[in-house]
Design a protein around this ligand. Structure first.
Ligand code: EPU
Length: 472
């Protein structure tokens, strides 16, 4: 059990005082990086073993869920990434006491003294993450009001929050838009609702779950997201005392309960990070054992990885990803909601596709603007054409969204070193891979963004034998 000791050296936050506010304000800062630039000498295969920890896209939501409990929660396998620190800072501002537990990555979150935070302090988090929008339901339940700062996250499209706000209104929330964020109240409490999402949005599904569990009555959510991270969040809420059933055809049914308790939970592994290292193994003609990765949540990725020419071996404690030799093969991919091919997997894999003889096509159906990273790859010698309105392709399954685009990658091309700037989290990782495979030296700047979602990626690159200079 985690020590309940405020004075411990391991204490992440203590009480709501000046020190805590300073922690909270700085929480969005980069994790463990003092330099924003890495110089990479390409051409060396990545080889060795690394570990992935809990998923960014679960751990941050699980931390918010702790707000709903009457008692403390313990979350294990929390990754040391800046998105987690941003959420910790915001929870701390609302009076949640966060202490480290016994094992690395174990956090204890005690919401006993949840209280309203000062708007000015919350404002310090504006633009640092998208998770604050998920505080709405829990804060309304706990305090009857909430203020949410302007959101951040990767600039990969408009990323509106209309599904979130529409759902909250269905529960009875009254929302006021302010110049620096949104303010919410629930004059008549929150009541169960029948909600159908226009698209199976991950965030909006989480919003409904985190609000419905304590709302009075029943909630039926249609067209819900069913990503493994959502299932893990449901498991957490069930541990807390919630009654939630996942039904066929993307329906989730929630019976509101009057009270929830804390949970003890080990966060599901980060399949996006695992897929990124797998792509790095393939592109660098290397061999990486990703400890903590599991087959079940990565089946769609593994199929594509094999079709491109990669090989993998599934073990009890992780998956070995490697380039078995021979030529890579082109593929057609359409990103999709689970169980489709995740949008977060395409960017790292594109680098390997630049080496495959023939034409690969990636249709991005989830975000409007997720091919920005290809400019840098072209600068390095790739041949990638982004078609703004998508293209017809006989291998496509469905036409998904109006604003979809396609990237057509013609290979094989040889990448050469260049100076490139990281545009967003996953695009940034693809820049690292490109630099690792390129002939000569590359300088990748703005790498701080990568620590939003990749724990100790510098240490892992070192472990895998990459040749680089990083003055951090
Ligand atoms: N959308 C709306 N209105 C809304 C909400 C979403 O139009 O109110 C649209 C979005 O603009 C987007 C699509 O719906 O075009 C899907 O968005 P979704 O809500 O599913 O995404 P999210 O919850 O904002 C999470 C992950 C993303 C991941 C997507 C899809 C977190 C913090 N982020 O975003 O992860 O790509 O689901 O799986 O969980 C990343 O890790 O790099 C990342 C961007």
């Amino acid at each position: 059990m985690a020590p309940d000791n405020n004075s411990s050296e391991d204490c992440v936050t203590t009480e709501k005082n000046e020190e805590l506010n300073t922690f909270a304000k700085n929480a969005g800062a980069r994790v463990g990086l003092t330099s924003d630039e890495i110089i990479i000498n390409g051409g060396r295969p990545l080889q060795g073993r690394i570990e992935v920890r809990g998923a960014k896209n679960l751990a941050t939501k699980a931390m918010v869920a702790a707000l709903l409990g009457k008692s403390a929660s313990v979350l294990k396998n929390v990754p040391n990434i800046s998105d987690v620190r941003t959420v910790a800072g915001l929870l701390a501002l609302h009076g949640v006491l966060i202490t480290r537990g016994e094992e690395p990555g174990e956090w204890r979150l005690d919401p006993t003294n949840v209280e309203l935070a000062h708007k000015a302090d919350i404002d310090a988090h504006a633009g640092s993450s998208r998770i604050p929008i998920l505080f709405c339901g829990p804060l309304l339940h706990r305090l009857g009001e909430a203020f949410i700062p302007d959101l951040g996250g990767c600039r990969i499209g408009d990323r509106p929050i209309d599904f979130h706000l529409d759902a909250l209104r269905e529960f009875g929330a009254v929302i006021e838009k302010l110049p620096s964020g949104i303010s919410l109240t629930a004059p008549n409490g929150l009541k169960g609702a029948n909600i159908e999402l226009p698209y199976p949005s991950v965030g909006a599904t989480e919003q409904v779950l985190l609000t419905a569990v304590l709302a009075e009555g029943q909630t039926e959510l249609k067209n819900a997201a069913i990503e493994p991270e959502i299932t893990d969040l449901i498991a957490i809420l069930q541990k807390m005392g919630a009654i939630i059933s996942m039904e066929p055809n993307r329906v989730i049914f929630i019976e509101g309960v009057p009270e929830l308790k804390g949970y003890r939970h080990r966060a599901i592994f980060d399949r996006n990070e695992a897929a990124s290292w797998a792509a790095a193994a393939l592109a660098t003609e290397g061999d990486i054992f990703v400890g903590g990765a599991r087959q079940e949540e990565m089946m769609t990725f593994l199929n594509v990885f094999r079709k491109v020419g990669g090989e993998f071996e599934v073990e009890d404690d992780g998956i070995r990803f490697y380039h078995p030799g021979g030529e890579l093969k082109p593929v057609t991919i359409e990103t999709d909601v689970h169980p489709g091919f995740m949008t977060d997997w395409q960017q790292p894999l594109v680098v390997a596709l630049t080496k495959a003889p023939g034409v690969s096509t990636i249709h991005e159906t989830v975000y409007e603007n997720r091919f920005g990273f290809t400019d840098a790859l072209n600068q390095m010698g790739a041949d990638i054409v982004v078609h703004k309105d998508g293209i017809q392709d006989y291998k496509r399954r469905v036409a998904r969204r109006e604003f979809e685009q396609a990237a057509v990658i013609s290979g094989p091309t040889t990448l050469t070193g260049a100076k490139v700037e990281v545009p967003d989290l996953r695009g940034g990782f693809s820049h690292l891979i490109a630099a690792l495979t390129a002939e000569g030296q590359s300088t990748v700047t703005n790498v701080g963004i990568i620590s939003r979602g990749y724990e100790d990626f510098i240490g892992k690159l070192r472990q895998l034998g990459a040749d680089f200079i990083f003055e951090g």
